[in-house]
Design a protein around this ligand. Structure first.
Ligand code: ZEM
Length: 291
């Protein structure tokens, strides 16, 4: 009918340029953080993108970034997601301005923007995620527990379809941001430059002497020299497990290799659980070049 034709004709189909506008808005928000943490919302936005994607289970095809299920209470209240209301709140402002974007696309694009704006590698990304329902919420316990060892890390990341090399590369994100006692219970940053993406996390793991911190909080390590940096038990395991150590050492020695491997593993992480036919482009895009 004529009415239907009119509706189709006026339906807004966003182009790459439209997503670039969203990216640019997120980039502004990342930097508009003079009173927050280390002066950037980049790390917490990156963590949102990771937790939105890292629930994927390759055996059941459930979880992942497709449905943005952290919007719903059961998942928002999972212990691992404590503090991410900050990141979701920031993205809510962007969603108001660009109401056509899905939450899954918005949150993963924010992760891409965070890495790139904090001087990290380009992360190939494409839109196509759709907003799901509370029925798509995943059970608690799909994200890694920082107090555990190598078998747990492998259980969690193999379930997403990653191998040891990719586990180590992805862990390099801990160059950024910090632990908050009121969120995870842990305390402090991993590196001296928590708003710049570098391979310093790997360098510090090998170059510093790490000792258990004596405090009333959860078990974590501190650098013996300055006592101002931290490592989680799961971070330290990357220097203790033979297979993990090989990759961690390689990334400590070669920043370019780390950037390349992080980029491909993170790009894949962000697409977990999204049916290929949903993507609007056959190949991921590089955003931000013309920003
Ligand atoms: Zn994290 N992460 N993470 N991570 N993470 C924290 C903070 C950040 C683990 C973990 O338990 C924690 C990956 C892998 C793993 C970021 C990105 C990525 C915190 C502190 C904990 C406890 C939260 C707080 O208190 O605010 C564990 C056990 C992991 C694997 C074994 C991967 C993969 C990441 C991205 C690719 C980032 C950016 C932060 C900093 C957040 C912030 O607010 O500063």
């Amino acid at each position: 009918s004529a009415a239907q034709t009119a509706k189709v004709a006026t339906k807004f189909t966003p182009t790459k340029a439209d997503y670039q506008k969203v990216y640019n808005r997120i980039a502004e928000i990342i930097d508009d953080a003079s009173d927050y943490d280390d002066g950037s919302y980049g790390p917490v936005l990156l963590r949102l993108a990771w937790h939105a994607s890292g629930t994927y289970d390759k055996n059941t095809g459930t979880g992942g970034s497709n449905y943005a299920t952290m919007r719903f209470e059961p998942e928002a209240l999972h212990g691992a997601n404590a503090g991410l209301h900050v990141a979701r709140g920031l993205m809510e402002k962007v969603k108001k301005e660009f109401d056509w974007i899905s939450y899954g696309d918005l949150w993963t694009l924010a992760g891409v923007c965070a890495v790139q704006e904090m001087a990290g590698p380009k992360i190939p990304w494409r839109p196509g995620r759709i907003d799901g329902f509370v029925t798509h919420v995943t059970p608690d316990g799909r994200l890694p527990d920082a107090t555990q060892g190598a078998p747990h890390i492998r259980d969690i990341f193999y379930r997403m379809g990653f191998n040891d090399q990719e586990i180590v590369a992805l862990s390099g994100a801990h160059a950024l941001g910090r632990c908050h006692p009121d969120r995870s219970g842990f305390q402090g940053p991993w590196t001296f430059s928590p708003t710049t993406f570098t391979n310093d996390y790997f360098k510090l793991l090998f170059d510093e002497k790490w000792v258990w911190k004596s405090w009333s909080g959860p078990k974590q390590l501190e650098d013996k020299k300055t006592k101002s940096l931290m490592m989680l038990p799961t971070d330290y395991v990357l220097t203790q497990d033979k297979s993990f150590k090989k990759y961690a050492k390689a990334y400590a020695d070669d920043n370019e290799l780390f950037f390349k491997d992080f980029s491909s593993a993170f790009s894949r992480l962000l697409e977990l659980g999204v049916p290929t036919q949903q993507f609007v482009a056959s190949e991921p895009w590089i955003m931000g070049d013309e920003a």
